[in-house]
Write a protein that binds this ligand. Structure first.
Ligand SMILES: Cc1ncc(COP(=O)(O)O)c(C=O)c1O
Length: 453
């Protein structure tokens, strides 16, 4: 007998063997995983023909739609030539061309590109490279990292150590290295009447004090430029980054910009750092890098960093970090095709219209009695649910209001995945204005349902 292929049958098989990421598996007793058969553009389709608008770009990776014909063709072509070769001792054109292009399009002075194969690994690379750079210079006392409260940099132990979201971090605390947290410039907490720039600038004094006090021991400050995505899409002003760049130079500390979530046009510019006119010492990229096709990440750094590792072998200063799939040719080809689309379709300019459409669609939420804030940065729009919009008293996490939104939206054909009390839109750039309207309307109805009692 053929195995059953309906949603329920597949979900049942799945639950017998699979352990899903970022999931309390018991939740699936009431809400089974949805088996997806195919995707096209912003739409995902299950095994019973039901469609879901992917309003969150499948964990923020997809830029130009599912099964994009241009990226498909590039990957298919590459598949016929070479699927993989290790990048130690060997090289290949997809990795080489991608490195050349990333060096060209990222902020100035980033001349070297080191590949890894997922976002957390890129963060590990940046942390280790920064630490190791200082060791190579004989500065062995530099062994700490400064991070922002409410930050997120991934789930491996190093990345988790510089993150600050208790939900992910607390359990593993005994395993983690200590970081030095500094209050986030998150503008949700600005005083009434204060601008984003005023608030973020004011918050910088805590960073300056920390650097003043600890700079002899600190390798680097790590930040998510402009938007703390996993930290409920909290946003801050570019002025903070400009101040941070100057202070890092002043105190002899590296700046690591983790643009894994915000890179590739999410904030309105190709890279968020551009809005502050700065170049970090390490730039971490992943997610949208391959258009959401294949796992790949890159860390870009300065020539000075590279040169601190470059010596005769017996000095033992080489950076020996590696991952088996580093710079995989298929992933690099997908990335090159993604960058072609950016160039050929003038995506950053074209997205201005979409950003405005997103703002217009989000405007309806501003006066809702259970919305404390609607905020936007480029192609990210977030709606902060609250029990009381005036006091900003949040809904207790135990009530799982976000889950109610998720369920309702799914039933109405939109994939939203609120972060706690925060509903957000982070759609692929191929979304149309009609689809934006549909997404916002379903979110509105879901919000109404989730906040009914
Ligand atoms: C800012 C940031 N850094 C790092 C990561 C980790 O990337 P990955 O999930 O590919 O390990 C994420 C993932 O959401 C992220 O948002």
């Amino acid at each position: 007998m053929e195995p059953a292929t309906g949603n329920a049958a597949i979900a049942e098989r799945d639950l017998a063997v699979l352990w899903h990421p970022c999931t309390q598996m018991k939740d699936h007793e009431s809400l089974p995983p949805i088996p997806i058969r195919r995707g096209a553009g912003v739409w995902l389709e299950d095994f019973e023909g039901r469609r879901y608008l992917d309003a969150i770009s499948s964990w923020w990776v997809n830029l130009f739609g599912h099964a994009n014909p241009r990226i498909n063709a590039a990957v298919r072509d590459q598949l016929a030539e070479l699927e993989h070769v290790m990048l130690a001792g060997f090289t290949h054109l997809p990795a080489l061309e991608l490195a050349e292009r990333l060096v060209r399009i990222t902020p100035p002075a980033l001349t070297r590109c080191f590949f890894a194969d997922n976002g957390s690994s890129a963060v590990e690379v940046a942390l280790k490279m920064s630490f190791h750079y200082w060791c190579n210079l004989g500065r062995n006392n530099k062994n700490k990292f400064v991070n922002l409260t409410n930050s997120y940099h991934g789930e491996t132990l190093g990345a988790l150590s510089v993150g600050d979201i208790p939900l992910y971090k607390k359990t593993y605390h005994p395993l983690l290295m200590q970081s030095i947290p500094v209050p986030s410039p998150d503008c949700f907490w600005r005083e009434p009447g204060q601008s984003w720039a005023e608030h973020s600038t004011r918050l910088f004094s805590a960073m300056r004090e920390t650097l003043e006090r600890y700079h002899e021991e600190v390798c680097a400050v790590i930040v998510e430029p402009l938007v703390q995505c996993a930290g409920s899409m909290r946003m801050y002003d570019p002025a903070y980054l400009a101040l941070l760049r100057t202070a890092c130079d002043e105190y002899g500390v590296h700046l690591i910009a983790d643009e894994i979530a915000v890179g590739f046009g999410r904030t309105g510019t190709m890279f968020a750092c551009e809005q502050a006119g700065i170049s970090p010492d390490f730039l971490c990229l992943s997610k949208g890098l391959t258009g959401g096709y294949l796992p790949l990440s890159a860390v870009l750094t300065r020539e000075e960093v590279y040169q601190a590792f470059y010596a005769d072998y017996h000095h033992l200063t080489a950076f020996l970090h590696s991952h088996s799939y580093t710079g995989n040719p298929l992933a690099c080809r997908a990335a090159l095709a993604t960058l072609d689309i950016f160039e050929q379709d003038r995506v950053i300019e074209r997205n201005i219209g979409l950003t405005e459409a997103l703002a217009a669609a989000g405007a309806r939420f501003a006066d809702h009695p259970h919305v404390a804030e609607v905020r936007q940065c480029g192609m990210i729009l977030a709606i902060e649910m609250a029990r009381d919009r005036h006091t900003r008293e949040p809904y207790p996490w135990q009530e799982r209001r976000g889950l109610r939104v998720y369920r309702h939206a799914l039933e109405h054909g939109v994939l939203l995945r609120p972060l706690g009390n925060v509903i957000y839109f982070m759609p692929p750039y191929v979304i149309t204005t009609d689809e934006i309207e549909l997404m916002a309307q379903v979110a509105w109805d879901s919000l109404a349902t989730a906040t009914m009692d």
